[in-house]
Ligand binder design. Sequence first.
Ligand code: NAP
Ligand code: MG
Length: 506
Amino acid sequence: MSGLITEPTDDIRRFMARDHRLFIDGLWVAPGSNRLIEVENPSTEEVIARLHSASLADLDRAVAAARGALDGPWGRMPPAARAKLMYRLAGLMEAAALDLGQLSTLENGMPLWMSMDKLAAFCPELVRYYAGWCTKVTGDTLPAVPLRGEGDDWLVYTLKQPVGVVGAIIPWNAPASMITLKAAPALAAGCTMVLKPAEMTPLLAIRFTELIEEAGFPAGVFNLVQGYGDDIGDGIARHPGIDKVAFTGSTAVGKAIVRAAADDLKRVSLELGGKSPFIVCADADLDVAAPSAAAACFFLSGQNCMAGTRLFVEESIAEEFEERLVAAAATFTLGDGFAPGTMIGPVISAKQLARVKGFIDEAESVGARRIFGGNVPGGKGHFVEPTVFADVTPDMRLAREEVFGPVLAVQRFSQDNERELLARVNGTTYGLSGSVWTRDIGRALRLAKHVDSGQVGVNAHAAVSPETPFGGNKQSGWGREFGREGLDAYLKTKAVSVNLGPHLGG
Ligand code: NAP
Ligand code: MG
């Protein structure tokens, strides 16, 4: 796939240069605010697109349109017809994969092969997975006899109904998956949506919205309002016309959203940050574990909520493993996403680069041993080398806080003290992902059971799939996405109790 093109196509250049609009009630409309959004290519620092933010009045119109669709044709549409639209959308996403892939690389910086292979291919499958659910949402009939119902016949059943209007707020780190992961289950459940992409990555969202339009979803089902977190994001969290906020982003903003959404107690689901452990026991297959450890941390330049950023290696193999890590890290060629051979791109912004560098400098100053990378190459682009620190101790900031950059922190553990290992592994405020690497089945399953996180891999890290629930414990979030649970997050249960009258024969 990466051999396809080595620079943006003319079509995509024209797309980026054009006048970008909001999508409200089935129409592309000019933004009502003059607050400017400049989209930067983080590999070149060029401004690749300029657009204006939605105003709060635009947001009101988008919410009203989403409500109207729910009360109108969308709400009355048979589930099979909803599924058909979603299948059509999946096909259109495949047909537009090169556009989506390029935009993702241009606004986010990730390598094009990754945008294409991992995201453009994965996202249509996720849409199809949820399209399949449309016709399989069912309630239960319950063998219930309500209190004081004795003597009567009863029919008690539950209906699963869409939660309503969903406000989705997403980050910039994986634009295609983030949009799909919000839209697909919400649409399958019969909800409508107002989406605010991150202001740094609004372009893929615009192209995706064109595909929604082309697929033929009724007006108002999906609305796009580009804007900043502090006005449009906050506006969504507070909006009385929104029934649920679906948020992915940082833990700090997640807390702000919960506070803002508290006034009308709207539902909130949160996919937040992480500091996930990657545990390597001495008997692991090191040929697989070492490159996997590097990939688990450096994937998406470390800007990945599941990143395995805390590596715990058993004392007896630590030295050898650290050498293998260095060799694996050296294969992560840094570069522009369009350049053949690029394994990882830049971090998203100058601000993010300064933050990552701050972590690196501080780790060094408090005695962590840098065994690979750590430098910021000169020239254009927010590049930082993949970096590995050994001799990290639990008190260091690098062992506790999410860097959201390609920095791996290695700690050692001794075989005879699993309890102490688990105390360290679980000693953070996060609990999103993690993995255990060993050939000892008992040890693998014991550790997997006790790692406090929403999902754990055994001899695999971040093994995400449409069927498998994903989400965080502790301050990594509320709720689960993907799978049946990801659909349930957009449904509400209604219980209907029908008094059928006296038993036959009294
Ligand atoms: P962020 O700052 O929390 O931003 C996420 C989104 O929230 C953006 O659209 C942002 O808008 C918006 N926002 C900012 N302030 C807001 C407010 N007061 N009210 C409502 N919305 C607001 O996160 P980020 O720095 O973009 O992304 C990195 C974080 O996301 C990391 O912590 C990472 O772990 C997490 N993440 C988690 C997952 C997961 O599934 N668990 C996946 C990916 C990323 P603007 O940026 O446009 O201002
Ligand atoms: Mg932000």
